[in-house]
Design a protein. Structure first.
Length: 319
């Protein structure tokens, strides 16, 4: 069956599964970098929110040989975890009424970085600030303890209804970011070891401001130390290069400017400019990794950035 037939059959099976009292709908959902996904919502009568279940990966599994029954079982299992029956862990437990007042959400407004060109259409509908080739956009982050950190992008219509400005969003998010998404800096070799199961948790190896000041930032495994800058949850952590002072502290202590590699929307890699790194090679590597290793929705940029410790500024390093 083709994609449209697959989606229709999924809706039919879900209707059979949930029974009466629900409204099920399909919609094209615009995600980051212009990615359009097929989203299905299953809304219980009387509820003002519902989880969105994305069907694209399920269809790919089906095309790769999985039976329709297997695919639907995977979807059903995910839905059961977020169907509203568990008020402490359900996307469906979100109360949309909280958005009626700006004061209700101001302490949870944060920001992230996305690619401006790839999100040109999206940016028409949301408040944003252009920063180099990127855009700073704002979102509401639900408390992680209740629903696992779900987020809602702030739209122009929201701030109009609240009678607030983008300056209000900037003020709130600037205050919230260090508390809700504290920056973390970790040597790349330690992070790789952690991912391979040979080290403790990410936070255990955070290089703190005090570590940097005390010069406890060596990385003996390589002649050019490399660091990963993100946040505590490693979610939208590339924004840490804006609100964190880790890059400036590192540059001053090492007495080198720093190449900033946009690894993804979740983190950046810092490479001190010790004179032995080829910018063209770094640019080629960024593009290759984005094309082959990073999910399209998580690509930040193909550009190479540069922190100049004299100007105390991050800018695109032009070829």
């Amino acid at each position: 069956m083709n994609n449209a037939e697959f989606n229709s059959k999924i809706v039919e099976k879900m209707n059979e599964y949930v029974g009466g009292g629900y409204e099920i709908s399909l919609a094209k959902v615009r995600k980051n970098n212009g990615i359009i996904l097929d989203g299905m919502t299953v809304r219980k009568n009387g509820k003002n929110t519902a989880p969105t279940l994305y069907l694209n990966s399920l269809y790919e599994d089906y095309k790769d040989g999985a039976s329709f029954g297997e695919v639907f079982e995977h979807l059903r299992s995910f839905y059961d975890k977020h169907d509203g029956s568990d008020p402490d862990d359900s996307i469906s437990s979100i109360d949309a009424n909280i958005f009626e007042s700006f004061d209700n959400i101001r302490t949870r407004i944060l920001y992230k970085l996305i690619n401006a060109e790839k999100n040109e259409k999206l940016l028409e509908d949301i408040p944003h600030i252009i920063w180099n080739d990127l855009a700073i956009v704002f979102f509401y982050s639900y408390p992680r303890r209740s629903i696992g950190g779900a987020t809602v992008l702030i739209k122009n219509e929201y701030i109009s209804n609240w009678n607030v400005t983008i300056e209000d969003l900037i003020k709130c998010s600037t205050e919230n970011m260090p508390k809700a998404a504290p920056a973390q800096l970790i040597p790349l070799t330690r992070m790789i070891a952690q991912l391979m199961g040979d080290a403790d948790s990410f936070g255990e190896h955070d290089v703190t401001d005090e570590d940097i000041s005390n010069a406890d930032i060596s990385n003996a495994d390589t002649s050019t130390p490399m660091y990963v800058l993100s946040n505590r949850d490693r979610m939208f952590g590339a924004a840490a290069m804006i609100y964190s002072n880790r890059i400036s502290l590192l540059a001053e202590k090492l007495e080198h400017n720093i190449y900033v590699i946009p690894s993804s929307i979740h983190e950046v890699i810092l490479v001190p400019d010790m004179g032995n790194s080829d910018p063209d090679y770094l640019r080629d590597t960024i593009k290759e990794v984005n094309e082959t290793q990073v999910e399209p929705e998580e690509v930040l940029s193909d550009q190479l950035y540069y922190y100049d410790r004299t100007e105390k500024k991050i800018s695109v390093l032009c070829a």
